[in-house]
Structures are given as structure tokens and as C-alpha cells.
Design a protein around this ligand. Structure first.
Ligand SMILES: *Cc1c(COP(=O)(O)O)cnc(C)c1O
Length: 494
């Protein structure tokens, strides 16, 4: 399987090259040349497998030059019992007669980012071997909270890699910050940026496109790579759990093979829902793809009108991992919807860069609306949804609540009551403050003590690693002006 760039479809790279590079030099995103089919026989075979074997089987279809036994080993390392606290890895929880919740936060950092970031470092290491790359990969990450920790946890002490994470000084939750500054490993670094997430992200992009920097680092034996969801190695492991959830529904006789299931995904950078779209392209019987946003509802408007317009106020919400106005992975969808018209994608992306806005053509809009539904959830509705689910005996986090609420809206509006899965992307214990308030409690002063407080009140067990944050000493305390991120990189890569 080869990969082409969304901005130049004549370009061809192997999977190993695409994963090593992260982003194409023309600024485009690597996308598979075609989508391998997933027939009924394959789905039946997958039903009899563990999550780890399902992952190896599905990824092998996109990674032809990787050895199947290696992929199986990677999956065992990524999703084994030392890493995941549920043997099902991505368990499906039945909510009512035709609704399920797919819990993706049983990994080491309690957010769904682990599903991909426990796998990506292994794919990258294998890719370095396959491409003969001798330099050390330095992973630069700008994070709004979850990616940074999950990436460090995945890359800690992985040979031939170093990882440096930038987070907005006041833009992450206390728990998220503590998770990051206490990270162990000899090849990791963490630095706060005076600014918001966009400032951190822009700094990282600036460093990536700095030719002089590239040369200096090459002289020191390093090259820069990305662990953000623009990297194909982040998207691919995410395709797996949509297919796996479908198999689980079949195994429990909740659906018949071939019966479509709707999926509702709480969305920020459009990586997670894109993976579901790719599963559908492979032939998984997916009905409607429901894109759920918080009050940063740029995607809701886009799906309704075909106009993407980031010129609007940025809201800081209680679901911070979805506070985003430019969803990078949308570019991969545009590429597909346009019939792989790279010229048109380039045109839309340059309009976005110059004016913050573009409008897709009527054909693309029509196709998009057949596949997707977009909705959003206000802060009050998020809190009310957490409260309602808690009363019914299920404690969910703020991001998951957004998905649950938008799924309800979709069903009411469309009358489509097909079996549906909404995706749970974080443990409620990552966002104790908002979750406690939403269930009518007053959070205690100290953020780490809120974990024990929530256990006392709800009786729901907290993830072991989050509970263990209490009393942990920070290893990192660096703060930088946003203009000086380059210096931090050079310091880190002495
Ligand atoms: C990253 C994240 C999201 C958004 O996922 P995208 O792939 O960026 O759309 C949603 N919820 C949580 C908890 C996250 O960490």
C-alpha cells in the first residue's frame, strides 16, 4: 500500500516513509492510495479474535511491508494488561435497548489518545529500521492536554527517539498538567508556553518549517517528526476500534451481520471521526457518522452549510480537548469528497490560511451530508447530560457527554433510531472539577484531592495511575515565551 499527499496525488511514499515524515513536505497529509476491502468473511473472522489480533489483522492491510508477526507483537505490547486496565481494551457498555458507549480510555493516561499513541512509537521505530534512517527522531508536540501526556507515555525510553511537549501555561486542567510534569523517561521534555493552545501549535509549526533549524538539528543527528493526528500512524490504530465494536455487537447478538450501526464521535481535530469514516470506506456497515462539537461549533456549521469559517470567537469550555477552530484532519475528508482533486484541496487550504474561510462545491456538500450529521452541545447541556447519566448509574466525562447529547438530538431530528454507539474519549477522573459540579457537588480545593472526593461520592473506581499522582514530585517546570520555543528545542537537543 502506498500513500499520497492530499496536496499532490502524484507523490508516492511507502507506509514507513509516511509514518517517519508525519507530514508531507508540500504541507499535505498522507492518505492511502486505496482502501482495502473488509468483506463479510473478514468481519466474521475478526469476531473470533482478541482486540490485539484484530488490531494486527486490520493494520496489516495498510502496512504491507511490515511483518505480520511484528504487528502482532506491537499490538500485544500496546494493548496488554500492563497498559490497559480492561481485558477488552476498548469495551462496549450497553446504555439502553439500542445505544452503546465505546470506552476508549482504559489505557495508561486515561484518554483515547492512548489507543493510537501506544502503537505509534512502535510503528515509527519499525519505520526507521525499514527506511534505514540513522538519525534520532525528535517528536515535537503542541498539546491542549491529552496528546502530550499520551505521546510521552508512548515514547518514553523508546530507542532512537526524543520527545518534547509544549502546553499552554493556563490552558490545561490541573490533573493534565500534573500528569505531564511528572512524566518519567530519559528522553522526554515538557515546557509550558505563555499563551494559548494556538500559540503553542503555531510555534511548533514554525519550527517544523524552519529550514535552518532543520539543518542545525541534522548536524546534531536529529530530525523532527510529529505525533499529532496528522501522522498516518495515529489514524490507523483508530480505525481498529470501530470495526472491533461492530464485532462485539455481533458477538453479543445485538445486531445481524450487515446491519448498519450509527457512530457518534466527540470531535476536535477530526482525527477520531475520520478513522470511523475510513472504516466505513473499507466496508464496515456504518450508518450515519455523527460529528459532535462543543460550543466551538465550526464543524456543525460546516456540515450544515458547506462553509468552513474559523472567524468566530474561541470558547474555553469544560471539554478542552475539543476547543479547536481548525480541524487539521478535515483535509483528508475534503480530498476524498472531491474525488481526490488535489488542486481543489490546495485551493481550499490556501483560502483557509488567507481568509480563514472556504466553501466547498455543491457536489461535495451533498455527499458530505449523506454521510455526516453535525451537532453541538452547550456548556449547560454538557453538565445536564453528565447529571442525567449519573442518575442512571453511569459516570461520564465532559467530552463523552457532548457525544451523548448530540446523538439524542440526531435521533429526535431524524427519527433514525438504528443501533448507535457513542464514543467515550476520556475517564471522568481527568476532569473531576467539571464532573463534580455537574453532579451537584462542590469540588474540594486541591485538584488531586478531587479524585478521592469523587471516588467517595460516586463509588466509581479511579484509574490507578491518576490516583497515584497524589504526592508525586514534578520533574519539569520550564516556561517559555512563545517567541522563544526554538531556543528550548535547541537546548533539549544539545
Ligand atoms: C483529542 C480528544 C478529542 C478529539 O479528538 P479528535 O481526534 O481531535 O477529533 C475528544 N475527546 C478527548 C478526551 C480528546 O482527548
Amino acid at each position: 500500500m502506498e500513500y499520497l499527499s492530499t496536496r499532490d496525488k502524484t507523490l508516492r511514499k511507502s507506509a514507513a516513509q509516511a509514518i517517519t515524515m508525519g507530514l508531507s513536505r508540500d504541507g499535505g497529509l498522507f492518505t492511502p492510495v486505496n482502501f482495502p476491502g473488509l468483506g463479510k468473511l473478514a468481519i466474521e473472522a475478526l469476531c473470533g479474535m482478541s482486540y490485539q489480533r484484530r488490531a494486527a489483522y486490520i493494520m496489516a492491510k495498510f502496512l504491507e511491508n511490515f511483518r505480520p508477526e511484528d504487528l502482532e507483537q506491537f499490538a500485544n505490547n500496546a494493548y496488554g494488561p500492563e497498559k490497559f486496565d480492561d481485558p477488552a481494551v476498548a469495551p462496549l457498555r450497553k446504555v439502553d435497548g439500542n445505544t452503546w458507549c465505546l470506552e476508549l480510555w482504559h489505557g495508561p493516561t486515561s484518554a483515547f489518545k492512548d489507543m493510537a499513541l501506544q502503537m505509534l512509537p512502535q510503528l515509527l521505530s519499525a519505520s526507521l529500521r525499514m527506511t534505514g534512517e540513522k538519525k534520532t527522531a525528535c517528536i515535537l508536540v503542541a498539546t491542549s492536554g491529552d496528546t502530550g501526556k499520551a505521546a510521552m507515555e508512548g515514547f518514553a525510553d523508546v530507542d532512537q527517539t526524543k520527545i518534547l511537549v509544549f502546553y499552554p501555561e493556563n490552558g490545561v486542567s490541573e490533573i493534565q498538567k500534573l500528569q505531564m510534569v511528572t512524566q518519567e523517561g530519559s528522553n522526554v521534555g515538557v515546557c509550558a508556553v505563555k499563551g494559548n493552545f494556538d500559540d503553542a501549535q503555531n510555534g511548533v509549526k514554525r519550527i517544523f518549517s524552519d529550514e535552518e533549524m532543520r539543518e542545525t538539528l541534522a548536524g546534531r543527528g536529529y530530525f523532527l517528526s510529529s505525533a499529532n493526528s496528522i501522522n498516518w500512524g495515529r489514524i490507523l490504530p483508530q480505525v481498529v476500534y470501530y470495526i472491533s465494536a461492530y464485532c462485539d455487537l455481533l458477538n453479543s447478538k445485538e445486531i445481524k451481520l450487515g446491519e448498519p450501526v450509527n457512530y457518534c464521535v466527540p470531535t476536535g481535530n477530526f482525527g477520531n471521526i475520520l478513522a470511523c469514516y475510513y472504516a466505513k470506506r473499507m466496508g464496515l456497515p456504518v450508518g450515519k457518522l455523527i460529528c459532535a462539537s462543543n460550543c466551538n461549533d465550526v464543524l456543525t456549521d460546516f456540515i450544515h452549510t458547506g462553509v468552513y469559517d474559523r472567524n468566530r470567537p474561541f470558547h474555553t469550555t469544560m471539554s478542552p480537548s475539543m476547543d479547536i477552530l481548525i480541524s487539521s484532519n478535515l483535509e483528508r475528508l475534503l480530498f476524498d469528497l472531491s474525488g481526490r482533486d488535489d488542486e481543489l484541496v490546495r485551493e481550499y487550504m490556501s483560502q483557509l490560511a488567507e481568509t480563514g474561510r472556504y466553501e466547498i462545491n455543491p457536489n461535495m456538500k451533498k455527499w458530505m451530508q449523506e454521510i455526516f450529521y453535525g451537532g453541538f452541545c452547550s456548556e449547560e447541556e454538557t453538565a445536564a447530560t453528565i447529571g442525567k447519566y449519573y442518575k442512571d448509574g453511569y459516570l461520564i466525562d465532559t467530552h463523552t457527554a457532548v457525544a451523548a447529547k448530540v446523538l439524542d438530538d440526531y435521533r429526535r431530528e431524524s427519527g433514525d433510531n438504528r443501533p448507535a454507539v457513542f464514543v467515550s474519549t476520556a475517564s471522568p477522573y481527568k476532569f473531576c472539577d467539571s464532573v463534580l459540579s455537574s453532579i451537584g457537588q462542590v469540588p474540594v480545593e486541591n485538584s488531586v484531592d478531587r479524585i478521592a472526593q469523587m471516588v467517595d461520592i460516586t463509588g466509581v473506581a479511579a484509574p490507578v495511575r491518576l490516583a497515584a499522582l497524589k504526592g508525586k514530585e514534578p520533574r519539569f517546570g520550564d516556561v517559555t515565551e512563545r517567541e522563544k520555543m526554538e531556543e528550548k528545542v535547541l537546548e533539549f537537543l544539545q
